[in-house]
Design a protein around this ligand. Sequence first.
Ligand SMILES: [Zn+2]
Ligand SMILES: [Zn+2]
Length: 443
Amino acid sequence: MQLNCCKSWGCKNFGKPVSVDYEPISYHLGYPALHCKSCGSYPPLVDNALVTALVKKFTPTQLPTWANRCPNCQGLNIQRSGKTAAGNQRFRCRDCAKVFTPAKPPADSMLKLLMQQLTAGKSATETIKALNWSSKYYYQLLHWCAVILTGFSRLLEMRYLPTNLLALQSESHVLCLPSGLRIWLITSAESLSGYQLLTTHNIAAKGTEGGTYLGEVDNRLDTFADLPLTDALKRRYQQLMNRYHFEDLQYGETIRWPNAPLIQPAPVAYAHFQLLRLAYANKEHIHHYLEQDSCIRSAAIMGVVDEIAQQQAEIFYLFAHPDRQTAFLADGRPVGWWKDRWFSTPFGGYCPVTERAQYRYPFQMRDIHTNQHYFNYLSAHLNPKVKQLAPFNDHLQITQSCYNFIHKDNEAAPASYLNMPSFATSEALLQAAYNAYIETRSY
Ligand SMILES: [Zn+2]
Ligand SMILES: [Zn+2]
């Protein structure tokens, strides 16, 4: 993976991994950067090895092994390949030749029992005591719920997500647990439905090397809601320039779990868009609608860098702002050091990051605040007592599935806007996912 290249839109080296114009390491601006002599830009160096390690670590939870997906290359080109001695169906990947047997899940009645406990907000200790389970059995069931629900989501996404144009709305958030642990995460929703596709956080496994988050300052961009839109944008660009380098996003102090380092937001953002690439690359056209931040912009570019070159992907900043007075000219207004061209809209402003054609109003989205609704849901429903990485990942995947698929009394579930099935209870959701798992396992 080579994430170091010129990221200035319009430069002849944009997205190119190799160029005679590159000076591989420059400290000219005080931080380690690649220098592109063609456009004069100094994109901060990205730790390729760290991002690769993060992607590898997140893949099993985000793209779990079902019979329809290769555990080795994540490909979907799968065929049957005989049976095991125990009579279970074996599968073979036509792309990389990996042979695998999807594991046999526990009884659905046990998994549904656990879903009931989770929905009722019961902690691990309470559930283990109430049902007389061992701790090991509880965590096995928890992991199975996550694997089955996430795999079910990916299966439905293959069937129901639009194939001509996939528009993704991405935003970061700081999730505060009662223990004082503050987690930075980034999420991407399908923009017409608000359906949450992928959430990536900055808790890493023990032994992860490099990129440790030390957490001293909070240099996230302010909204400046009292200022006119143009002035708010100018102040935000000034905030970016005040950072150590413009991709050095920090979110203040936090406590940590022992044995689980926190990683800086920038490499996590790069990993997030590489995971999106693994999961959703087979689309004719991709739009990214991003929160305005330099590290998220660069990470998104690298997730669709080939598609941009082939005119199959475009990237935009969105900025929700209350100013309804500022009317920009029809061709927008350049703002900030990079002279990004911003347009005003009913929700605030937008800026084409990769500008090819004149977009009048390119967005089709349900709600500019769609990711905020999800963050509120996470705060209310994610089990706050978790203190280990593996169960945290499981809880996050389960909570995301419940958000996407379970409808409330008078509110449709995001999945229903994509014509996917939706459910009244978490047990009904689990049962449908379980049936799908058994079906693909023996097809
Ligand atoms: Zn350049
Ligand atoms: Zn494979």
